[in-house]
Design a binder for this molecule. Structure first.
Ligand SMILES: [Zn+2]
Length: 195
């Protein structure tokens, strides 16, 4: 069942142009045969609804009272998950680099899940948990995301739920097999996207 969901997620990523295959230079400077931009997946509300309902199903057994996301990346999917669970949604955002709950009253003792689009290091989710923990006494039940690309290194406890896991190999330029094969570099932003 889980494998089927991951396969459909990958298909939807490819179809929406969010997942590109080729030869890319990532923002880290590393080279990769894959490039993924989750916003391109979520630009189709049908994809957000699909992913949100599946994440909501995974989260439902925890019986959270609130969904919290880090802005900007978690806004669309977090809201969609909350809609399916019929519970409120709030978000944290950075102010001078520090993750804070700025626009909402502290959630008191409400238990909560933290939902993001992509977890790479887990930093944003952990910072949201710290920001909420500093002002409220509710239990952090679990993290959830569409795509877990952390290779298990995210540090989110008690657990991180995801629709899809990827660990695309990345290479320093000097050791890049794609460079060695002479495959031309693609600039993701410059490719015309089909709508
Ligand atoms: Zn390369």
């Amino acid at each position: 069942m889980k494998g089927t969901i991951a396969m459909e997620a990958k298909e939807r990523m490819l179809k929406s142009g969010a997942l590109l295959e080729g030869h890319f230079r990532l923002s880290s400077g590393m080279h990769s045969g894959f490039y993924l931009q989750c916003a391109l997946f979520l630009r189709y509300p049908e994809n957000a609804e699909w992913a949100g309902s599946l994440i909501a199903d995974m989260i439902a057994p925890f019986s959270p009272e609130l969904v919290i996301s880090p802005a900007l990346g978690g806004l669309i999917i977090g809201h969609e998950v909350a809609r399916h669970l019929k519970i409120p949604f709030i978000f944290c955002e950075r102010e001078n680099g520090i993750m804070k709950l700025r626009r909402f009253p502290a959630p008191g003792r409400l238990s909560y899940v933290i939902v993001e689009d992509v977890v790479t290091t887990g930093r944003s989710t952990l910072e949201v948990a710290d920001a909420i923990g500093a002002v409220s006494g509710g239990e952090f039940l679990a993290g959830a995301c569409i795509l877990d690309r952390s290779s298990g290194m995210h540090g989110i406890r008690p657990e991180l739920l995801s629709l899809m896991k990827t660990d695309f190999p990345v290479y320093p330029e000097a050791d890049c097999p794609l460079c060695q094969k002479g495959i031309p570099m693609i600039e993701p932003g410059s490719r015309r996207l089909s709508v």
